[in-house]
Design a protein around this ligand. Structure first.
Ligand code: F6P
Length: 317
């Protein structure tokens, strides 16, 4: 019986638990023995590995986060710990891995494959949606829905008080979450790291709108922009002339009940990843675009800055 392991690495996303559930179901259906590796590559190094059963995944499809934990492992960057990790995999006779994570996690995995021949398939998983080669990363839809709900709530209070709100989204250096949230929440201003801006250009227009009766402004800004959110709020107060507040959405964006879309994508990502491994594809990332799912090499995915979709960018005014 072929033994296969799964781990989560980097920032957790809602969708990891549904992926774990399908991993176990797929494994048993195809005569594989599934293993959970806890706390990312840390679990590989520390032999925090155990066989996964149906009982382990019962009821987890509704839960955000990841039942098996995640981590950003510094030790896995060191050769001696990767050797230890391989010894632990050998103890359990695990020959292949499915890894849910971002491009840093995949790069480490590739080195591991080259050193020790452990086959893998990576599943792009990050709310930032910043992995090159895939239009969709697991967890993005849930994060967008969490953000939408939050902005809708902020709108209620903003409109009651005649205030501007600066709402900061995550995304690291990528403006995807902010841009999509701006378009789907109808905010007045969106600032993202990919597009240079000059706040002076908005002053006249915003003051005119206030003059004509506008009660409030919503500004969605990505965490990766050059200014901090507090300074954007100060700009609203000092230059536009409206009281302002900041809402940093923070880690709530990473949690929450996975949306139907993320549950379905988790199912499909796992299905294609495991099929690839069974078909003898040894080192790949399962990606998704308008044409469907396709396998890409590590070099096409990791370490390359992802460009924001030009179609979305053209809507940023
Ligand atoms: O990569 C996902 C992410 O949530 C980013 O959007 C954010 O910048 C970062 O992780 C936060 O990391 P941590 O959970 O370590 O604070």
């Amino acid at each position: 019986m072929l033994h296969i392991g799964i781990l989560c690495s980097g920032g957790d996303v809602s969708g990891m638990n549904p992926a774990l559930k399908h991993f176990v179901e797929f494994s048993y259906k195809h005569g594989l023995k599934p293993y959970f590796i806890y706390d990312g590559y840390e679990g590989l190094i520390d032999d925090n590995i155990s066989e996964a059963t149906y009982a382990d995944v019962a009821g987890i499809i509704t839960k955000g986060g990841t039942k098996i934990g995640s981590a950003r492992s510094k030790r896995f960057m060191e050769k001696k710990y990767r050797t230890q990790a391989k010894q632990n995999l050998d103890l359990h006779d695990i020959k292949m891995l499915v890894v849910l994570g971002g491009d840093g996690s995949f790069r480490g995995l590739d080195i591991f494959y080259k050193e020790h021949g452990v086959k893998f398939c990576g599943i792009p998983s990050t709310i930032d949606n910043d992995i090159n080669g895939t239009e969709y990363c697991l967890g993005v839809d849930t994060a967008l829905n969490v953000i939408r709900n939050a902005i809708d709530s902020v709108r209620d209070t903003a409109s009651s008080f005649k205030r501007a709100f600066v709402i900061e989204t995550m995304g690291r250096d990528c403006g995807y979450l902010a841009l999509v949230s701006h378009l789907t929440s109808g905010s007045e201003l969106c600032l993202i790291p990919e597009v240079a801006y000059n706040l002076d250009n908005y002053v006249d227009e915003f003051q005119t709108q206030l003059h004509h009766g506008r009660r409030y402004f919503l500004a969605v800004v990505a965490e990766g922009i050059k200014d901090d959110s507090a300074s954007i709020a100060t700009w609203f107060e000092d230059k536009v002339g409206i009281e302002a507040r900041v809402t940093v959405l923070g880690h709530i964006q990473r949690g929450g009940n996975p949306t139907s879309y993320d549950r379905l994508m988790a199912y499909k990502f796992v299905n294609y990843a495991m099929k690839a491994l069974l078909d003898g594809v040894n080192e790949s990332i399962i990606c998704y675009d308008k044409n469907g799912f396709n396998l890409k090499s590590i070099d096409e995915v990791a370490g390359i800055k992802k460009e924001l979709d030009p179609e979305l960018l053209q809507f940023l005014v």
